[in-house]
Design a protein around this ligand. Structure first.
Ligand code: PLP
Length: 445
């Protein structure tokens, strides 16, 4: 009997015993290809020797020093590194221990920014439906996944939501991608007007929608128009690149491909690659200056901010990615993955869409391709696919409720940046067999 309160209480989890490269082995010796990096975390795979060496060296020097007493060289170096490679205008970095914490910090920083500037009437956040920003209460409130929010709704701060950029389902046949993006920007503008432009703090969005909607890339021009709407009303743009950032889409930041820079940006998973818990908020100079000229104190903080061991791991991860030019591999293998997914699923009766960028891709499952009807959510196709994949030694990241928190199923893939073409071939082959077996196991209608 386990004393650990696991994610799903009735489920019996294999014991992960060791990891190497793109593989994890359980305690029985069974091998799994980690084709999702857990939840888009393990960007260098497992047990990377350079990262382990950097962490061991840091551990030998100093494991922990509270940030109200000290800074550390390793936190300063990582901060310098992230600013140097950050979106234009980035001047500082606020370290935390994960994605939800990064979002909480960004929300509070955005609110305090306007208090510092003498605009305390700004109190509203606008997010997008079907987004995911984390499970802490602030992050859950601005997130738009109905299933995750539902039972906690009475506890959540008021927040407002507009449509996601979900071209497969929501772009009309008579619209170009650009017109669709324009329609979404107008919806945001209308929401701002409804709330009162001077009452809105920020618009928050995942640059490429991740876990809950299944890798939905923005249409061309969408974020440029969003940036314009925000700028016109002095509203901050917070991008959540916890999942899609730090190289996953083939550029260090996903927003580079959109030609915009956010005011605040949350990063986490790929920052430390799973070697230690770490997240960060990348802060634009104008936000920092408002604090500097104002109270000179961001009223926030946690015990483990800037943890030296986590900073050492993250710094090593980022240096390896650059030294080994792994973003080129993300782009190259990303194209190969897209090609292989299209070959395997492009004509599949039950795959409606293959989408994504770099090594961040997904397939969306449908009962019927023409109508895009979804499978009955009671049958939990996504969970069956996960089970079939694990049986075949493959870790992927399937989820249900793709469309509205209840209906729809997708499978997310986020292989490590070190994956080779033959790794990708095995991943797609095993995924194909898992999807077919899961569909065959569904009760007949
Ligand atoms: C886009 C996004 N934001 C925030 C989070 C929350 O991160 P964490 O689970 O590290 O708190 C996640 C986690 O999946 C995420 O995908």
């Amino acid at each position: 009997m386990t004393r650990v309160l696991h994610r799903t209480i009735a489920h019996s989890y294999p014991v992960a015993a060791r990891g190497q490269g793109i593989n994890i082995w359980d305690a029985t010796g069974k091998q799994y290809i980690d084709a999702s990096g857990g939840a888009a975390v393990s960007c260098l795979g497992h047990s990377h020797p350079d990262v382990l060496a950097a962490m061991h060296a840091q551990l030998d020097k100093l494991a922990y020093a509270h940030t109200s007493f000290f800074t550390t060289q390793v936190a300063e170096e990582l901060g310098e590194d992230l600013v140097r490679h950050g979106p234009p205008g980035t001047s500082h970095v606020y370290f935390v221990s994960g994605g939800s914490e990064a979002i909480e910090a960004a929300l509070k920083m955005a609110r305090q920014y306007f208090v510092e500037k003498g605009e305390p009437e700004r109190c509203h956040f606008i997010g997008r439906r079907q987004s995911y920003h984390g499970n802490t209460l602030g992050a859950l409130a601005v997130g738009g996944n109905q299933w995750r929010r539902k039972q906690f709704a009475p506890l959540l701060i008021e927040s407002h939501h507009v449509s996601p950029c979900y071209a497969y389902r929501d772009r009309r046949a008579d619209e170009t991608p650009r017109q669709y993006g324009e329609r979404l920007a107008q919806e945001l503008e209308a929401k701002v007007q409804e709330l009162g432009p001077r009452t809105v703090i920020a618009f928050i969005a995942e640059t490429v929608g991740g876990a809950t909607a299944g890798v939905i890339p923005p249409v061309e021009g969408y974020f440029k128009r969003v940036r314009e709407v925000c700028d016109r009303h002095g509203i901050l743009l917070i991008l959540d690149e916890v999942m899609c950032g730090m190289g996953r889409t083939g550029t260090l930041h996903a927003c580079e491909q959109e030609g915009i820079a956010p005011d605040l940006m949350a990063v986490a998973k790929g920052l430390g690659g799973g070697f230690a818990p770490i997240g960060a908020v990348l802060v634009q100079g104008k936000v920092f200056e408002a604090f500097q000229k104002g109270s000179r104190l961001f009223q926030h903080g946690h015990t483990y901010l800037g943890h030296p061991l986590a900073c050492a791991g993250a710094l090593a991860v980022q240096r390896v990615i650059r030294r080994d030019d792994l973003l080129a591999n993300v782009r190259g293998q990303g194209e190969h993955l897209m090609r292989r997914l299209n070959e395997r699923f492009g004509n599949h009766h039950h795959v409606g869409d293959v989408r994504g960028r770099g090594l961040f891709q997904a397939i969306e499952l449908v009962a019927d391709r023409a109508s895009k009807a979804t499978f009955d959510p009671r049958h939990k196709l996504h969970a069956r696919i996960k089970q079939e994949a694990m049986a075949r030694g493959l870790m992927v990241y399937p989820m249900g409720g793709t469309i509205d928190g209840v209906h729809g199923d997708h499978v997310l893939l986020a292989p490590p940046f070190i994956a080779t073409a033959s790794d990708i071939d095995v991943i797609v082959e095993r995924l194909g067999a898992s999807v077919d077996a899961a569909i065959a196991s569904l009760p007949r209608a």
